[in-house]
Design a protein around this ligand. Sequence first.
Ligand code: UDP
Length: 231
Amino acid sequence: MTKEYIRSDGRTYNTLRNIKMKVGILNNADGSAYIECGNNKILVGVYGPKELYSKKHSKPDGAVLRCKYNMAPFSVKERKRPGQDRRAIEISKLISEAILPGIFLEKYPRSSIDISVEVLEAEGGTRCLGIIGASLALADAEIPMKDLISAIAVGKVDENIVIDLSEKEDQEGEADMPVAIMPRTDEITFLQMDGHLTAQEFDEALKLAFEGCRFINKLQKETLLSKYGGM
Ligand code: UDP
């Protein structure tokens, strides 16, 4: 890998796209977050915890976490057909699994927590932004958490290990590896890999993902602090 490598959008191997986060922007949701990263625009709303009356769906020992990831028809270059496809079902599942270890679900038996991740504009990396936004929106809903879960994709482009792949890099690169971690414990809560990396490249990519996630975790905490002051 060359540290001097300059990517097609002018970034170095370890530079993230411009990222902005906000919380508490929706009045009718219990918690909400909005994230922009490059040309990605993602809105997350949390509803709950609410009592779940259905015995079939509720759990006596904790809340049920339900997540729905949705891409707006206008979010991508080619109009997206409304409704859930296989990709959206997969991403909904992985977002809830990635954030689950960060939440004290046991505090809310027989309850549900619903998370809606709405992608308004997509440019690669929406699953990671969904995880970041969902975690922020849960904190905004004052749901007790062990830590904010942070996520970033790393991968291989033109033989270089890089962070925060754009849509073009995702499509044209050799590997794409989105990762989520809980920085307080260094636990990896989600990892996927598309493409091929050697064992050495994998180690290098994972190290870069940890650095990126720690940076994002700091931004998440600053976002909450700037809205709510000392916590
Ligand atoms: N994309 C698209 N149409 C689709 C799905 C994805 O144009 O139906 C684009 C979108 O910009 C997305 C990118 O392809 O962010 C990469 O998609 P992927 O499935 O790898 O998920 P992501 O990187 O967004 O988590």
